[in-house]
Design a protein around this ligand. Sequence first.
Ligand code: PBG
Length: 319
Amino acid sequence: MNRLRRLRATPAIRDLVAETRLDASKLVLPIFVHDDITEREALSSLPGHYRWPSAEVGEIAKEAEAVGIQAVLIFGVPSSKSLDRAYASDGPTQRAIQAIRSASPSLAIFADTCLCSFTETGHCGIVRDGAIDNDESIEMIARVAVSQAKAGADFVSPSDMMDGRVGAIRSALDAEGLPTAGILSYAAKYASAFYGPFRDVAESTPMFGDRRGYQLDPRSSEQGLRSIERDIDEGADMVLVKPALSYLDVIARASERFDVPIGAYNVSGEFAMIKAAAERGWLDEQAATTEALTAIFRAGARFVITYHALDIARLMHER
Ligand code: PBG
């Protein structure tokens, strides 16, 4: 008899033959920073997460580093809607980058590069006569990216899904003497229902319409692959598939096809589902989180941006 169970007989054998292994150095912790608060504020829709004042955000960076996390992704939220706060040298994102850089010099710092928290409309681009002006938007997004790189971000991370933004950002960074700043592009970003908790936190819910005119249609994987290919051609150093759990097929196809690191964004709604079910006693949080993250890596992700990062890293650190 072909006894396949031999490979599953004991913990030692199972660990030996396992193909994937969770590792804190593969997790990226998202961090929210608000322009004018003086104390951290707990986020009810993202349990365990806070909005940080830039003066204190170094604390969470150090905490992450202490349990083996080596990368963070920063989201700046302004106190009033205005595009100049997106690129100001003392804007929320820029100040947070500087604070984290001085608290934890060796952390890799990614900055989310988008306009949606800063526009009155809540859209990821600039609206003119009721429509998003793609080409005006990418000029502004490039300007934001340059300011983030100047503040010290290792990688800028455009999440707007406008056409041509990666090329525009690469040219702007090079022209400004920032050739070592990298680009992690949210290349296959889908128009998803799983961003709900994030939009509350980032105050970025669109005032009218939705994002289906720029984010990808969930019914298509080929558009995701084309979008990744295009962004690589324009100079993306790494790319993301987002969300993660409903798009494992896209992660798998992309990681087979392209020779750049494919990351995955395990988004706010995916986190919220596990948290809420665990709170009700319907799921074991640790087991469900471990399984979900393992699945994303098994599909082919090289790293995962996740709100579970600290919990899981702490757990692995204790073992
Ligand atoms: C901003 C942005 C979004 C997320 C990351 N960057 C929201 C959106 O596109 O509406 C979602 C993150 C999450 O849900 O965790 N463009």
